[in-house]
Write a protein of this length. Structure first.
Length: 428
């Protein structure tokens, strides 16, 4: 599954939380046969392509582990979490669970997940390994990573006559001034940048100011003045015309990927997750350039960049076969055959050795992304804390009030006051 940087990463959280609030006591998954191979149930979401690829992963695992059978339970994103919440609450959870950051804190906090002590994470960058921890315990393992990037349309940039700054040294002010210059030099309806108001962009801004979107103990990692500073930057981009009018921003945020401004040659740049490079390049018909996001000081080494886990592998705390469940997770994480099967479907492999091995077999766009992921590995900040329950409503409030600033209906300070009040209420 892929995510746009501007959208909340926490859908369906309320339904999951409601089901998980049921008593999670008792022990054991559904009974297994007394004799014969161990059978593990494995749930995942995804497209038909992912389904077929995952079946190949299962076959490869079973070939190396003939005493373990894996039974797949798959579906699409929309119904996956309601089903899983019901299974967990009724003590019938799958042994192995494809997990998302939006739900990791909730499930781990309720005691629904197994601590993964036997999965080798030695080939992970430390922040990537830590991204699967809740309260210091490893409840999830990253299947693959993305990073926040600025994607640029070289044709529109060239036509404007404006040169893009070096992405290792550009600042947020440089992004604003460059995008504004492109807008001014371009035909009407073409803008230097799309919206820069997502929760992911805000988190990067906060991190560069020594703060964060959330803290490890499930609170807001910023205060009203921090958010006002972010909204003031939004107002600067609005006033300079670096970004489109608020009405265009609103439309673009809900458009399909092939109809978004970067795809339709209306935005010269925009912020996305790196794994969306291929789809956007295809839609735009351009070999889009991938660039680092800006920093406060103009130093990539201080940009506090972070890898976002595409998704995670977790296991049920009630599995009767914790050793075998972890063995499967270790296989899909660290086995070369599994890497060759999965390639970049669940993100660029988090295991650095597997990433290097599969890069020659990736599509050009995925190979470019993998190269970028490696290039910024020395520039990473600390792991991003797992979002708390209620985090969905909190980030939605931040984005909604940023639009109030873009519409010029609220000042940055007033928008920040209202947003922080709503966000704090959502996670309490």
């Amino acid at each position: 599954m892929t995510f746009r940087a501007r959208k909340s990463l926490l859908p369906h959280a309320a339904a999951a939380a409601a089901a998980l609030s049921l008593v999670l006591t008792g022990c054991g998954a559904s009974p297994q046969e007394a004799d014969g191979p161990v059978t593990l149930r494995f749930s995942w979401w995804g497209s038909d392509t992912r389904h077929k690829m995952t079946e190949k992963l299962i076959e490869a695992f079973e070939a190396e582990n003939p005493d373990i059978k894996v039974k797949g339970e798959y579906g699409d994103w929309s119904g996956y979490w309601d089903k899983l919440a019901t299974q967990v609450a009724s003590q019938d959870a799958p042994d192995i669970i494809q997990m998302d950051a939006a739900y990791l804190g909730e499930y781990a906090g309720r005691g629904a997940l197994l601590e993964l002590k036997d999965v080798d994470l030695s080939k992970f960058d430390q922040p990537v390994a830590d991204s699967g921890k809740v309260d210091g315990k490893q409840y999830a393992v990253t299947s693959g990573v993305n990073a926040m990037v600025v994607l640029a349309n070289p044709a529109l940039v060239s036509a404007s006559g404006v040169a893009l700054p070096d992405d290792k040294t550009w600042t947020w002010d440089d992004l604003n001034s460059t995008a504004a210059a492109i807008t001014k030099a371009s035909p009407e309806g073409v803008y230097g940048s799309g919206e820069v108001n997502s929760d992911a962009a805000a988190n990067l801004w906060f991190r560069q100011h020594g703060k964060s979107l959330f803290t490890s103990d499930g609170k807001l990692g910023f205060d009203e003045s921090d958010l006002a500073g972010w909204y003031e930057y939004q107002a600067k981009m609005r006033d300079s015309k670096a970004v489109p009018p608020a009405s265009v921003i609103t439309e673009d945020a809900t458009a399909s990927i092939d109809q978004q401004g970067l795809s339709t040659s209306r935005f010269a740049m925009n912020m996305y997750w790196s794994n969306q490079l291929g789809a956007l390049s295809k839609a735009s018909g351009q070999d889009l350039e991938i660039r680092r996001p800006p920093s406060i000081e103009g130093k990539a080494s201080e940009a506090r960049q972070f890898y976002k886990s595409s998704m995670f592998w977790s296991a049920s705390s009630r599995t009767k076969h914790p050793e075998e469940a972890q063995k499967f997770i270790d296989f899909v994480t660290n086995n070369a055959k599994a890497g060759e099967i999965g390639l970049a479907d669940r993100g660029i492999p988090a295991n650095s050795d597997i990433r290097a091995a599969v890069t020659p077999k990736l599509t050009p766009a995925d190979a470019k992304t993998a190269k970028f992921i490696d290039e910024i590995s020395s520039e990473l900040g600390d792991a991003v804390p797992v979002p708390p329950a209620g985090g969905s409503a909190a980030v939605q409030a931040l984005t909604r009030y940023s639009l109030e600033v873009h519409f010029n209906r609220l000042s940055p300070q007033e928008a920040a006051r209202k947003a922080v009040e709503e966000a704090r209420s959502a996670i309490q």
